[in-house]
Design a protein around this ligand. Structure first.
Ligand SMILES: Cc1ncc(COP(=O)(O)O)c(C=O)c1O
Length: 455
């Protein structure tokens, strides 16, 4: 007989307490370093996303599919630096490319040969003729928004409720809005994400639910000739993995175009991970502008914005500014060229797809065996467990999930040699250096949790 959800829920809190205790006992050096860091660094971490409970893990090194923390714990890495390290750690070709570049000089703020190779390859993969480089996903979405505003001469932007597009003001809106502030489901409010976002800016950012084209249509009707662009993460990857309904992305593009606005895809997470040409290729919709970062740099800070020739011509004509001291940095470009032309080959994508299926299949078997109210998503290098039985279509669905499931699962993995990105919303990232044995460890750990929850 299967265990009831209520029984399982009652078992979670004691399991969390036990696993947190073990977690802390095995990471004393990390804790020490964290306390030292707090003296000079806010929260003791370089980015607030690294401050996850029970405490940050300080990492010493990585090799292939593995990383080691400062306490000597070894992990198979499924965090992979928030979805960056699809090449795996210290890939010999990346080491060679970066070392060679370091010998030749790492920064000139003048173009070099690699920028052409990388832009040509991005163009081929993402079907966008023109590109510029940036240094992060934040900069890429910032530039995409500015290009759309310049091109259309309009100020308003539409974003999807609960997407994260980086930390610039225009898109730090309704990223994780609190239920008492988020407004009605059919007309979500624009809620600034933390303080310091001017109201005048957040008011320009309108918010709609994912997978609701009619709501978007109504929003355009309320703001005729005011909206520059709709920015969409084509598969939402910060609520687990939320797939677009069939035909939804094409409808969004049609609605935007009908009203004289552009469609921007934020493929910072999906780009080069769920297919060679990201969601654009896998889901068959080509946007007007695209923001990339993360995996395209092979582990070096990177970013790119690409788009339609007439939109990108705003840069050629000096009508929209796109600048950056480190744009097209030689170290980044060397790593990116190697990543895109020598590592993320068709054979690499076949490996990632196959491995993803082994992992997802193993997890689905555990879920079925224990009749757990969860489901699994796998798309190329990316995937994850969603802790509810039914598909999630938008943020409001996601809010029905008890986050303690994801937390206990994260602790179980971490304490048994699997590093996952912290926070309930995150997915796994596989690398070309992961093996079936690596993904089996993930499945085995999850099976142990399932047994402890249902015993
Ligand atoms: C979808 C998406 N867009 C943009 C960003 C911002 O990228 P970065 O952290 O490189 O600025 C992120 C970061 O996680 C992201 O997930």
């Amino acid at each position: 007989m299967s265990t009831s959800v209520q029984d399982m829920t009652e078992r979670v809190a004691p399991l969390i307490a036990k696993e947190e205790k073990r977690f802390r006992a095995e990471r004393r050096r990390s804790d020490q370093m964290w306390n030292e860091a707090k003296e000079f660094i806010s929260k003791g971490v370089p980015s607030s996303f690294q401050d996850a409970p029970p405490q940050p893990i300080f990492i010493q090194r990585g090799q292939g599919s593995r990383v080691w923390d400062v306490d000597g714990n070894e992990y198979v890495d499924f965090h992979n630096g928030f979805g960056v390290m699809v090449v795996g750690h210290a890939h010999p070709l990346i080491v060679e490319a970066i070392s060679e570049r370091a010998r030749l000089g790492t920064h000139f703020a003048q173009p070099g040969e690699d920028v052409v190779v990388v832009a040509r390859e991005l163009s081929r993969r993402f079907k966008q003729p023109q590109w510029r480089f940036t240094n992060s996903g934040t900069e890429s979405t910032l530039d995409a928004v500015r290009l759309a505003r310049g091109f259309t001469g309009r100020d308003r932007i539409v974003k999807i409720e609960a997407t994260y597009h980086g930390h610039h003001d225009a898109l730090m809106v309704s990223v994780e809005p609190k239920p008492d502030l988020m407004g009605p489901a059919d007309s979500p409010a624009s809620v600034p994400y933390y303080e310091g976002i001017p109201k005048a800016i957040s008011d320009l950012t309108l918010v709609v639910a994912f997978n609701d084209a009619d709501q978007l249509e109504r929003l355009f009707a309320r703001h005729p000739a005011e909206i520059a662009a709709v920015i969409v993460e084509p598969v939402m990857m910060n609520l687990g993995s939320v797939m677009p309904d069939d035909g939804y992305l094409a409808k969004v593009k049609d609605i935007a175009h009908k009203h004289g606005a552009l469609l921007i895809f934020d493929e910072v997470k999906t780009g080069c991970t769920i297919a060679p040409g990201g969601a654009t290729e896998r889901l068959g919709v080509t946007p007007d502008l695209i923001a990339l970062a993360k995996a395209i740099g092979g582990g070096v800070p990177c970013g790119a914005v690409g788009g339609r020739a007439d939109v990108m011509a705003m840069i050629d004509e000096d009508r929209v500014a796109q600048f950056g001291t480190f744009n097209g940095n030689p170290l980044t470009m060397a790593a990116s060229r190697t990543t895109l032309t020598r590592i993320l080959t068709p054979a690499a994508y076949a490996h990632l797809d196959a491995l993803g299926e082994v992992l997802a299949g193993g997890l689905r078997d555990v879920i079925a065996e224990h009749d757990l109210p969860f489901h699994v998503m796998s798309l190329g290098a990316r995937g994850g467990i969603t802790y509810r039985k039914e598909r999630v279509r938008n943020y409001r669905d996601y809010l029905t999930i008890d986050k303690s499931w994801a937390y206990v699962s994260w602790l179980y993995q971490c304490n048994r040699g699997v590093l996952m990105a912290p926070f309930a919303e995150e997915n796994w990232t596989l690398s070309v250096q992961h093996s079936e044995e690596d993904v089996q460890r993930y499945v085995d750990n999850f099976a142990e949790l399932a047994r402890d929850l249902t015993r």
